[in-house]
Design a protein. Structure first.
Length: 193
């Protein structure tokens, strides 16, 4: 969910196959109406085809066996030292810096790792060991849930990942909230309460 006054709040639901072999689906629900398209100068594009009164969009997510899906996540070590070695080895020679590449790699795993609590906690510990990452004792995700954060980046407003302070379950960021993660039988099916 987006958080600043210039953003358009939305809820996105993704359905991804566990092994990456089949196409997935993303559903975006615009909570305050779909944003108007804008050009590079921020001017509204006056294109009647670009405007929509629909508040829901669907997008096919392509199959990708190389993405960090559940089967791959399940095979990762949950010992933080061994996982750190794997992350560091997998990202060697990538990104503007090795640290940024490692953080990006961890980002691809965080949401799916909620299904694997030991891995979720290990990812927190691995990210905290990366040079330039700072622990934020009192952090808050986009919907106000409090936890411990990991901040990284050189911007005036660095990205902050937020984790439950007791379980290290990933909650989201200061700009987004991860509300539910679960397993269903087919794409488009909702989680049962």
């Amino acid at each position: 969910m987006a958080g600043s006054e210039t953003d358009y709040p939305f809820r996105r639901t993704d359905w991804i196959s566990a092994d990456g072999s089949r196409n997935g689906l993303a559903r975006t629900t615009w909570l305050e109406g779909q944003p108007l398209p804008r050009d590079m100068n921020g001017e509204v594009i006056d294109d009647p085809l670009a405007r929509s009164t629909d508040d829901v969009e669907y997008m096919t997510l392509g199959a990708d066996r190389d993405h960090g899906y559940y089967d791959e996540l399940r095979s990762l070590p949950t010992d933080p030292d061994k996982l750190y070695e794997k992350v560091w080895a997998e990202t060697r020679g990538q990104g503007p810096t090795h640290e940024e590449a490692a953080m990006e790699y961890i980002t691809t795993m965080l949401r799916g790792a909620q299904l694997l609590p030991e891995l979720n906690g290990a990812l927190f510990r691995v990210a905290a060991k990366i040079s330039g990452v700072r622990v934020v004792e009192k952090a808050e995700d986009a919907v106000g849930r409090q936890g411990v954060g990991l901040a990284f980046g050189e911007a005036d407003h660095p990205d902050v990942w937020v984790f439950d302070k007791d379980t290290f379950k990933y909650l989201g960021t200061d700009d987004e909230a991860l509300l539910e993660v679960g397993v269903v039988d087919k794409k488009g099916q909702e989680l049962k309460d």
